[in-house]
Every structure is written in C-alpha cells, then in structure tokens.
Ligand binder design. Structure first.
Ligand code: ZN
Length: 131
C-alpha cells in the first residue's frame, strides 16, 4: 500500500499520521506492526510531536546540521547534505499496532521529512503485518 505527498520547500516536515492510520484501519489487523517507509535517498521518516513551532525548529536544525558545500557528492548533483540527513535519520519507522490502531504516544505523530525539495511526488509505503 502506498500514497504520495508533494513538498513545497527544500526542507519540509509533513504529518502523515492520518493517512497511515487509514491503512491500518483498512488492513483489519488488530495486533501487529506497521512499517512506514519512504523509498527515497534524500528524505526520512521520523516520529515526534508535530507542533508548528517545533516543526519550524526541526526544519531549522536540519538546515543547520549539514550546510551544503564541501561534500564530495555535491560535485554530482549538489545535494549531499540531503543524502546525509536521510541516511542518519533513516528511511522508515515501525510502529506497534494494538487493538487495530497505531500504538503511538499521546504527542507522537509520524512525520515525513523532505531534505531535497520541492518535489511533486514523494512515495510513502505502508506495510501492516499481523503477529
Ligand atoms: Zn545526490
């Protein structure tokens, strides 16, 4: 199962929790695990609070963490910092499914992180496994 998001900025966070929850509900799985995966080398999936100020703080930190320039891959397509952030944070997350729902904490949301936008179409794959 997959869905798509589009991004409007170089670095952007998008809350994808509702879309993922929809897949979990439709799967009928009551107890299991949900794998959320972005098949991209310059994006990541994280789990955290999605509050507007924190969203801006994350974007600011990501922009500051690995400022472009000086990386060897930049000679190819000038996006080494996006690859590095993606690799450090990871392309996917696994969330427990309990009672047919994502077992997220009260303030936890599933967040897609764009590091090389804007992009018209970013894939997100959702796999719900019964255990
Ligand atoms: Zn590249």
């Amino acid at each position: 199962m997959e869905f798509f998001v589009s991004t409007k900025k170089k670095v952007e966070l998008i809350d994808i929790t509702e879309q993922v929850e929809g897949f979990v509900e439709r799967s009928g799985v009551k107890t299991g695990a949900c794998l959320v995966y972005a098949p991209h080398a310059t994006a990541a999936v994280i789990i955290n609070e999605f509050e507007p100020n924190l969203q801006s703080d994350f974007e600011r930190v990501f922009e500051k963490m690995l400022p472009g320039g000086g990386y060897m891959h930049d000679k190819i397509d000038d996006n080494a910092s996006a690859h590095l952030l993606s690799g450090i944070l990871g392309s996917g997350r696994t969330i427990p499914v309990q009672d047919g729902r994502l077992a997220l904490g009260t303030w936890q949301r599933i967040i897609f992180c764009e590091f090389d936008g804007p992009r018209a179409k970013r894939d997100i794959t959702v796999t719900v496994m019964k255990v």
